[in-house]
Design a protein around this ligand. Sequence first.
Ligand SMILES: O=C(O)/C=C(\CC(=O)C(=O)O)C(=O)O
Length: 295
Amino acid sequence: MSTDAQNRVRSWTLDPTVPTYRPPEGAVDAHCHVFGPAERFPFSAKAKYIPQDAGPDALFALRDRLGLNRSVIVQASCHGTDNSATLNAIAASNGSARGVAVVDPSISNDELEALHLGGMRGIRFNFLKRLVDDAPKDRFLEVAGRLPEGWHVVMYFEADDLEDLRPFIAALPVPVIIDHMGRPDVTQGPDGSDMRAFRALLDSRPDIHFKATCPDRLSASPGWDDFVQAVRPLVEDYPDRCLWGTDWPHPNMEQRIPDDGALVDMIPRIAPTPGLQQKLLIDNPMRLYWSEEWP
Ligand SMILES: O=C(O)/C=C(\CC(=O)C(=O)O)C(=O)O
């Protein structure tokens, strides 16, 4: 994969609109990434995409523009299991960012503790074949059993893989967060088979959470109406289990770059009351990522 500067892709807009919706004070962007800067934090030899730099300065400037206050930075697959770029961004955040690491399952307990001190609060298991070469479930389960206190597992998979993954998810010994709701086909509507299967998963244990994220990836309609129709009932029915995030810098979306301001303006459409917005943007992510500051 070419790492030449001119071949590195940009999947985010440099000029997002300022949203009309104003998030409540303390709102958390619970799903974003950083890329590089590559000179200090080179990409993994196994990276499936090589992006331009999108470091902490750009992330925090965007956050200010969007009216958000905290960030959960999820280690992106292009950095493999070297979490330095994510840790660097967390360190630059003055306590306003936490992270989710990607680790080699043979990681030692001391290394996990060091990640905790660096602001990590979970590990991510990525099952998307276009992003990672392998996802060894037995080794994932082993490391999930010895995470630092209060950590959780973030899972990324596609709807067609949910059935296969159910025993694995059931065996996880810590709380679980599902990225982008496991990528359902939202065009099926709120009662479609993908949403029904996802609700069955949520009903299978009380500590599974989901990110009501990525209309840009999941929607087939320009105004993202299908996303709203499918996702709002999920937020309303599981108000204590939902999180929201921008997904900036939108890896692999260079052909359909979303406007980050429009993503923020989705919030009141999927969480229509101030009470739901408080849970989605503050209570739920604070409990999972800043538990020591949260009642
Ligand atoms: O930003 C996301 O959640 C989705 C990604 C990228 C990703 O997860 C990664 O690189 O680790 C995708 O679907 O390409």
